[in-house]
Design a protein around this ligand. Sequence first.
Ligand SMILES: [Mg+2]
Length: 329
Amino acid sequence: MNEKLNHEATESSTKRMIKNMGDIEQKILIVDDEKANRKVLKELLQDQATIIFAKNGEQAIELAKKHVPDLMLLDVIMPDKSGFEVIEEIKNDPVTMAVSVIFITGLANSDDEERGFDLGGCDYIYKPFKANIVIARVLMHLELIYQRKMLDSIAHIDALTGISNRRKMDAVLVDEVAANKRDKKQLLVAIIDVDFFKQYNDNYGHGAGDIALKKVAATFREVLKRPRDFAARYGGEEFVMILPDSNLDGAKLVMNNLMQALADKAIIHEHSQVSRYLTMSIGAVLIDGEQSTSPEQVIGIADRLLYQAKRQGRNQIVVETFFKTQAAV
Ligand SMILES: [Mg+2]
């Protein structure tokens, strides 16, 4: 237990983390019944992550549920619950099942090691601690966890515009339709289409078209203020907007602001038949939580209303409430 800390290694590792991980703060839950062990691990790892401690198995499970750490360093031998019992509970709870677990053990026994991996552990650290090994192992896992999270978020982002993509939209729509029913609120779902976009691309080129789409996406960022308000690129020049806990007046205001925000950008479109500038058409439906509706139906209705907006001359909003058609705004 008298391991000397290798400060040089700690420092260069810290730099590596900062370079790779930006501002992301990761959490490590250290579980060990011996105070001296907790102290050594804290000294080794406090520059790499936020550290939380548990001194027994029960506390470990409680804190894992509360904080959902990225990584857990889990002592195998503890008086109340063994590390093996703790990991079984962690991996069986949907809240904590994704937490990565490194076992800490003094047992260099391959049967035990095998058991730990079978239960879902991702690595072993042996006592007495060797500073460089502890840091190297923990950093490797923190980086893997970080990269997995990044990939996950990239998979939900539209590469061109940086807003959410259709896959993310599908998931959000399912959640919000369910929440709308449960909470008996009103949910607005809108499909937004850029007018005469084919003509824009044909005349100004696809590079200019891409820039225009980025500017359209930016209008959502400017206009949507509430945390659950959501916008995604649906595909091509189509976007979807989801406003939970909305109402007709509020939704109309947001949609008008959206059209105004695009108008303010004054993107010249000499080949549009409705304006000198780039415009959008919006088909939107406000669904009452009392109505029984599926996400597919909601999109189907919004799509039909978008088509109506196009047919009526584009550059306009058509919104329907409770399945009763309202006049265009
Ligand atoms: Mg112990």
